[in-house]
Design a protein around this ligand. Structure first.
Ligand code: C2E
Ligand code: CA
Ligand code: CA
Ligand code: CA
Length: 280
C-alpha cells in the first residue's frame, strides 16, 4: 500500500484479482494524469423546458490518456473510488468547477449559469471533513454557496452517518443538494425524509419511454408529483428528443438535461450557447 498527497489510496495489494490489478494500473496512470494536466471538465447545460434557457450546468470530468486517448469517467471513476484517488481527484474537480463558475460570472454577468453542479462520490462524502473542504473552496474562489450544487447518489448517503452529517453541513453552508439518478436506488423515498435534498435528478431510465404513455409514463408522473409535493426541483436526465421534452412538460417537468438540448461542452462553448437566443 502506498500513500501520496492528502488522499489515502492503495495502488498495490498482494491478493488482487485481475480486475483489481487493471484498476490499480488505471489509478496509477490517473494519478500521473491528475498531476500533469491530462484531465479537464466539460459542462452540460441544464435547461428550462419551456424556453430552452440554460439554468445551470453539470461538470463532467474527462481524461485524455497519452496512449489510450480519451477515457470516459465510467472507465476510471470506479478505479479512482476503489483506490481512494477520488479524494484528491474530486477536490481538483470541485476547485476547477468553482473557478470556472466565477469566470463565467466575470465574463457573462447576468447570463452566467445560475449554478454549477459537481458530482461527488460516496468515498468523498464518507471522508469526514468534506464539508470543510467545500467551505474552503468557496472561500478561495469567491463563489457564492447558492451557485454550487453537489450531486450525490442515493447509495452514497444511504445508511452512512458520516455521509449524512457531511451533507447536512454542506447544506448549512447554503449549497444546493441534488439526488442523482433518482429512482434507481433502493431507498429513494425514505431518503427524502432524512436527506437535506433540494433537487431530484430523475434518472434517464424513466425518461427513455415516457413518450409511449401508459405504464412507462406512470413512474415519471409519480416522481414529478413527489417532487412538487415536497417542493423540490426536478430535473429530467437524458432527454434526447423533442417528443420526450414535450411529454415531460405535459407531466409537469420544468427542467431537463440531455443531448436534445446540448452535449457536455467545453467551458468556452457554454459561453457561446449562453450568448445565443434560447430555443426548444
Ligand atoms: P451522471 O452524473 O448521471 O451524468 C450523466 C451522464 O449522462 C454523463 O455521462 C452525460 O454525458 C450523459 N448524458 C447526458 N445527456 C445524455 C443523453 O441525452 N443521452 C445519453 N445517452 N447520455 C447522456 P458521462 O460524462 O460519461 O458520465 C458518466 C458518469 O460518470 C456520471 O453519471 C457520473 O456518475 C460519473 N462522473 C462524471 N463526471 C464525474 C465527476 O466529475 N466526479 C464523479 N465523482 N463522477 C463523475
Ligand atoms: Ca450527475
Ligand atoms: Ca444522473
Ligand atoms: Ca449515472
Amino acid at each position: 500500500a502506498k500513500s501520496q498527497g492528502r488522499g489515502r489510496y492503495v495502488v498495490y495489494a498482494p491478493d488482487m484479482d485481475q480486475r483489481g490489478a487493471e484498476q490499480a494500473r488505471i489509478a496509477a496512470d490517473l494519478r500521473v494524469g491528475l498531476d500533469t494536466g491530462q484531465l479537464h471538465l466539460l459542462y452540460q447545460p441544464i435547461v428550462a423546458i419551456a424556453d430552452g434557457s440554460v439554468y445551470g450546468v453539470e461538470a463532467l470530468v474527462r481524461w485524455t490518456h497519452p496512449q489510450r486517448g480519451p477515457v470516459g469517467p465510467v472507465d476510471f471513476i470506479p478505479a479512482a473510488e476503489r483506490t481512494g484517488l477520488i479524494v484528491p481527484l474530486g477536490a481538483w474537480i470541485l476547485g476547477e468547477a468553482c473557478r470556472q463558475a466565477v469566470r463565467w460570472q466575470q465574463e457573462l454577468g447576468d447570463r452566467a449559469p445560475r449554478t454549477v453542479s459537481v458530482n461527488v462520490s460516496a468515498r468523498q462524502l464518507r471522508e469526514a471533513g468534506f464539508a470543510a473542504d467545500v467551505a474552503a473552496v468557496l472561500l478561495q474562489t469567491g463563489l457564492a454557496p447558492d451557485r454550487l450544487t453537489v450531486e450525490v447518489t442515493e447509495t452514497a448517503v444511504f445508511d452512512d452517518g458520516t455521509a449524512m452529517a457531511e451533507l447536512h453541513a454542506i447544506k448549512a453552508l447554503g449549497v444546493t443538494i441534488a439526488l442523482d439518478d433518482f429512482g434507481t436506488g433502493h431507498s429513494s423515498l425514505g431518503l427524502l425524509r432524512t436527506c437535506p435534498v433540494d433537487t431530484l435528478k430523475v434518472d434517464k431510465s424513466f425518461v427513455d419511454n415516457v413518450t409511449q404513455g401508459g405504464q412507462h409514463a406512470v413512474v415519471a408522473e409519480a416522481l414529478i408529483h413527489i417532487s412538487n409535493g415536497l417542493q423540490l426541483r426536478a430535473v429530467a436526465e437524458g432527454v434526447e428528443t423533442a417528443e420526450q421534452a414535450d411529454a415531460l412538460y405535459r407531466l409537469g417537468y420544468r427542467y431537463a438535461q440531455g443531448y436534445h438540448y446540448a452535449r457536455p461542452l467545453p467551458a468556452a462553448e457554454v459561453g457561446q450557447r449562453l450568448s445565443q437566443p434560447a430555443s426548444r
